[in-house]
Design a protein around this ligand. Structure first.
Ligand code: AMP
Length: 209
């Protein structure tokens, strides 16, 4: 299955993509994760995009499109994939449509106030990518990863100012994709407010998998 996950930051796209990728044995391709990996490893790409990610702005389309096109040529993506965080602009969607025909686009819906609550409490274990939430899924020991005991951190773009900017960017540049895919008849709306297990069940129902 070739899938795109749309929705505001913090709607749970990443969590659901990880679970569904496992369920369907297809790769979960997150452009945000690819950029963060490059930043952590201080690659040329990482150095170019660090300030952009920290501020919550979008990486330029040409760079992002090239990165995803390259990733989609890998063998593991031949029979399906979940794109999480791509496309985020109309030009990105147009570039994708030239090479792939999608089975479904899932629109994870979540209100702004809920987005802010979720993102500001999110904490990550940088080495593994495990995520926690100070209120909704706290680690056993405050501030420490359950498996390694290493410190948890807050992503720079989960700080208050960057969250507001990411939401603005989402509404201005990414939300138009909802109408774009709705017109093509490939869009499925999914309420992301319930607990993760419920959202995952609803997701599988919507996709009939
Ligand atoms: P995410 O983890 O999906 O929230 O992405 C984190 C950040 O990576 C975004 O705020 C952007 O700066 C950048 N990013 C991720 N995906 C894209 C994309 N498709 N186009 C442009 N920038 C992106």
């Amino acid at each position: 299955m070739k899938l795109v996950f749309l929705g505001p930051p913090g709607a749970g796209k990443g969590t659901m993509a990880t679970r569904l990728a496992d369920h369907l044995t297809i790769p979960h391709i997150s452009t945000g994760d690819i950029f963060r990996f490059n930043i952590k490893n201080q690659t040329e790409l990482g150095k170019r995009v660090k300030a952009i990610l920290d501020s919550g702005e979008l990486v330029p389309d040409d760079l992002t499109i090239e990165l995803v096109e390259d990733r989609l040529t890998k063998d593991d993506a031949k029979n399906g994939f979940i794109l999480d965080g791509f496309p985020r602009t109309i030009p990105q969607a147009e570039a994708l449509s030239k090479r792939e025909s999608l089975d479904a686009v899932v629109n994870f819906e979540l209100k702004d106030e809920e987005v802010i609550k979720r993102l500001s409490g999110r904490r990550v274990h940088p080495a593994s990518g495990r995520t926690y939430h100070v209120l909704f899924s706290p680690p056993t020991v405050e501030g420490q990863d359950d498996e390694t005991g290493e410190p948890l951190v807050q992503r720079d773009d989960d700080k208050e100012e960057a969250i507001a900017n990411r939401l603005r960017v989402y509404r201005a540049q990414t939300e138009p994709l909802i109408a774009y895919y709705r017109d093509k008849g490939t869009l499925d709306d999914l309420d992301s407010a319930p607990a993760p297990d419920l959202v995952f069940t609803a997701l599988k129902e919507v996709l009939r998998v």
